[in-house]
Design a protein around this ligand. Structure first.
Ligand SMILES: [Zn+2]
Ligand SMILES: [Zn+2]
Length: 371
């Protein structure tokens, strides 16, 4: 079938992307779902830092690639062997397909699926195939890579059954989309990796979409949360969303604020150092951000030893999507997890370049693409 999507053509385009235009928004061919796959009509998609990291080359992926991985939609068709999801169901897309049987899948979310990671790196679906094509000027069909098994900046997507989690009809598409990346990652950094004691203080460093989701989940679970970010407007929003307090990095350090669990969600070496400094003796620093590959932080090994600290890397929130998403849905349904507050703006697909500039500038939380 013919679909409309936003294809990233190259990863060497200079910022601002509104001028260099690395995306082409236009028609593509989408093959029908193979065995174990689904055709999904995309209802909502969010613009995430992991999309920007492909655009600016920090995460090396093959191009052309149809980006977008935080999304939700309605199943329109199922491939052979899919029996537990049916046309009409709403599904959350997740960026972490799980085969269920590799060594990674047996670590309860601590390590990602090996098969899914290999497919994500290659820009294919888990089965190894590519379902997206364009016809070039010479009339030859050219493959377009999938992004993290999802490719949601499009009217439709074909995805593996292992890339989706069904949700009930009462969960709006916009909320469902957030569950697939920001909440899975930020919330997972708290509940899977940080594992704070009941009522314990939690500090979140870096209040973008993932950090704010971590903050919301920690507040919903009854923790005293302190937000830390260099952007003053984000501090105001953090306290509006239930943080007990919020500070810039320097002020947090000056005040000697500490917590037994500190989440670093900014994806920079500086933020990691800040998070380490704010961690109390005996505490745990969780790093869930994805800095540039060559970023280096300065750490005092003596402090780690003398203060019996733990540093935990939480890749993708140490998430098991089918286990964690229903938990967030319950918190949202109870009114304790106001995820609608994470959506900062709505933009049409044709303005994806500008959306990347806005994200790179640190503005907004989650820009939602409208179709
Ligand atoms: Zn994401
Ligand atoms: Zn696996």
């Amino acid at each position: 079938m013919q679909i409309v999507g936003a294809v990233l053509e190259r990863t060497d385009a200079p910022a601002p992307f509104a001028a260099s235009r690395p995306f082409t928004v236009g028609a593509l061919e989408l093959d029908p779902p193979s065995a174990g796959e689904l055709l999904v009509r995309i209802e909502a998609a969010g613009v995430c830092h992991s999309d920007l990291s492909v655009v600016d080359g920090n995460r090396v992926r093959p191009t052309p690639m149809l980006l977008g991985h935080e999304a939700a939609g309605i199943v329109e068709q199922v491939g052979d062997g899919v029996t537990d999801v049916a046309p009409g169901d709403r599904v959350v897309m997740t960026f972490l397909p799980r085969c269920g049987s590799c060594a990674g899948c047996r670590t309860d979310g601590r390590l990602p699926c090996e098969v899914g990671t290999a497919a994500n790196n290659a820009g294919t679906l888990v089965g190894g195939g590519i379902r997206l094509h364009r016809t070039d000027a010479a009339g030859v069909a050219r493959a377009v890579h999938h992004h993290l098994g999802v490719s949601a900046f499009a009217s439709h997507a074909v995805v593996s059954r292992t890339s989706v989690v069904p949700v009930a009809e009462d969960v709006p598409a916009e909320i469902a989309a957030l569950l697939g990346c920001a909440v899975l990652t930020g919330g997972g950094a708290v509940i899977n990796a940080g594992r704070p004691d009941p009522g314990a203080r939690v500090i979140v460093v870096g209040l973008g979409g993932v950090g704010m989701a971590a903050l919301l989940v920690a507040v919903a679970l009854g923790h005293e949360v302190i937000g830390v970010d260099a952007v003053p407007a984000k501090l105001d929003l953090a306290t509006e969303l239930g943080a007990a307090d919020a500070f810039g990095p320097a002020e947090a350090a000056e005040r000697g604020i500490r917590a037994p669990v500190v989440i670093e969600a900014a994806g920079s070496a500086r933020a990691f150092e800040t998070a380490l400094d704010l961690t109390a003796p005996g505490g745990t620093t969780v790093t869930v951000g994805l800095p540039a590959p060559d970023a280096r932080a300065s750490v005092s090994p003596l402090r780690l030893t003398a203060e019996a600290r733990t540093v935990v890397g939480s890749y993708l929130g140490s998430a098991v999507p089918s286990r964690d998403i229903p938990r967030y849905v319950e918190l949202w349904r109870s009114g304790r997890l106001p995820l609608e507050r994470l959506v900062s703006s709505r933009i049409p697909l044709g303005r994806i370049d500008e959306a990347m500039d806005r994200l790179a500038g640190g503005g907004g939380l989650r820009q939602r693409i409208t179709f």
